[in-house]
Ligand binder design. Structure first.
Ligand SMILES: NC(=O)c1ccc[n+]([C@@H]2O[C@H](COP(=O)([O-])OP(=O)(O)OC[C@H]3O[C@@H](n4cnc5c(N)ncnc54)[C@H](O)[C@@H]3O)[C@@H](O)[C@H]2O)c1
Length: 449
């Protein structure tokens, strides 16, 4: 049949085939918007399967890093970035012009909270504003940033359709949440199942087809809202359980019971129990923030997300609880917090990653400093802290430093630390992570959460 004999409907049916073919034979050109913890690893995986990937980032530093074959994201080696760059499979730019020729666009920009702890979707709006003016037919556009249910359908879709193109017919729009766990050696991008929900069935199908090229298990759902909600369920589940176990820690403190022993004992039940652990608070870009996206959306529907608010309230009280433990410990030595030297071990929000976003260690440092303690910190990943009221440089961790401190607080259980040595040298230790669990001998100078 000659091309001119084809009906409009047949033409439309053929459109996804063209994109599908490019996806299938890995000749599709992909643009990844945002080269952070999520975007860079994705760009690298896509480049590894043979796609031609261009990363777009507003930060000149991020672009320069990729352009010079370097990486600042844990788990992504410079060897990988430089190798892909050398064979022309990965490049980076601050300009959105690559969208003009991109077949697939994946958006991984930040979704923080604003000062009133409401969702700040300005990065999403800014990125899609740029994409809209360059959107073209037969293009697949995917949002990966974590956000409230309805963002893709209510915000992104109308914005992109201002271009005159229609989703599901002219272009394909989907939401697919990112589940990357920085530092996780077992579950990586390729072996972590990927949930995908499109605006239409064909959008879901095309987006799933794309992810199947690099991810073993793709899980299609019926809508973008279901995909957005699945991610928020996962993170709310963690947040609520962490809130619960933090409250159990506070209860055990009152009852003079070791919460860590209790959790280990409960965890021997082979069914119906999953251990979560208390700590000095919640950190990172996801768990302290994402559930508030859901709570905010529900507020607009006159629904109060009580579990989310309660878990957040309990967990946000934990830094103050740690400070009160330090006060109690110093009291035993007939010392006041004011004027005492307190050494914090670990500034990052979790062990063995170089990320201090929302880290409770920063809150603890700030609270101690406000109360007149002479604070210092050590973290093998963080040479400097210059945030809000804090302007600190990482100190050396040696015998003299440990001996000099009136109190040492373990806020992050980095695997590089020798806890036995720390306990031996320090006058007293507040251990918020049960990091000293395996230290042998007398530990009368250790106070746990
Ligand atoms: N970090 C995680 O472990 C994780 C896990 C799952 C989901 N997420 C979600 O993924 C999204 C991205 O998180 P992240 O940790 O990669 O953030 P990030 O801050 O590490 O990286 C985001 C990047 O986007 C860039 N950027 C900001 N606005 C831009 C714009 N308009 N155009 C182009 N680039 C822009 C920033 O310069 C930055 O390099 C968030 O929604 C987050 O909640 C993160």
């Amino acid at each position: 049949m000659a091309a001119e004999d084809k009906s409009v409907d047949e033409e439309k049916k053929e459109t996804p085939q063209t994109l599908r073919e490019k996806i299938e034979n890995h000749t599709a050109r992909v643009a990844v918007i945002g080269l952070g913890y999520v975007g860079l690893p994705l760009a690298v995986e896509m480049g590894k399967v043979g796609f031609d990937v261009t990363g777009v980032d507003t930060s000149a530093r991020k672009v320069e890093l990729v352009a010079s074959g370097k990486s600042d994201v844990l788990g992504i080696s410079e060897f990988e970035v430089a190798g892909l760059k050398a064979v022309g499979k990965l490049s980076a730019t601050q300009s959105y012009d690559c969208i003009d020729v991109a077949d697939v666009v994946v958006v991984c920009v930040p979704t923080p909270l604003d000062k009133t702890r409401d969702p700040d979707v300005s990065f999403i709006l800014s990125a899609f504003g740029e994409i809209k003016s360059r959107l073209h037919g037969d293009q697949l556009v995917i949002l990966e940033s974590t956000t409230y249910p309805g963002t893709t359908y209510e915000l992104v879709l109308p914005l992109l359709e201002e271009s005159g193109l229609k989703a599901g017919q002219d272009f394909y729009l989907a939401f697919s949440p990112e589940r990357v766990d920085p530092g996780n050696q077992i579950y990586t991008i390729t072996n972590t199942p990927k949930v995908v929900g499109g605006i239409t069935e064909v959008c879901t199908e095309v987006a799933s087809h794309f992810y199947q090229q690099l991810i073993t298990d793709v899980v299609p759902v019926s809508s973008t809202q279901a995909a957005e909600m699945a991610k928020l369920l996962e993170n709310t589940f963690r947040s609520v359980n962490i809130g619960l176990v933090n409250e159990v820690a506070l209860m055990c403190d009152r009852l003079d019971i070791d919460v860590w022993e209790v959790i280990d004992a409960a965890a021997t039940k082979p069914f119906g129990f999953m251990p979560f652990y208390p700590g000095p608070g919640l950190g990172g870009h996801c768990i302290p923030i994402d559930p508030h996206y859901l709570a905010w959306k529900l507020k607009t529907l006159d629904f109060n997300a009580r579990f989310i608010e309660l878990a957040s309230e309990v967990t946000r009280s934990m830094p103050a609880h740690v400070v009160s433990k330090v006060v109690d410990v110093l009291n035993d030595f007939e010392k006041s917090l004011k004027g005492s030297s307190v050494l914090i071990l670990g500034a990052t929000y979790k062990p063995d990653v170089g990320d201090v976003r929302e880290s409770p260690a920063l809150d603890i440092l700030e609270m101690l400093q406000e109360k007149g303690a002479k604070v210092s910190y050590h973290d093998p990943f963080i040479p400097k802290i210059q945030i809000d009221m804090l302007d600190l440089t990482c100190v050396d961790l040696d015998e003299a430093r440990l001996k000099k401190a009136d109190c040492v607080v373990i806020t992050t259980h980095h695997s590089a630390y020798d806890y036995e040595w720390i306990v031996q040298q320090a006058r007293c230790v507040v251990d918020t992570r049960n990091a000293t669990k395996h230290v042998r001998g007398a530990k009368s100078n250790v106070v746990k959460l």
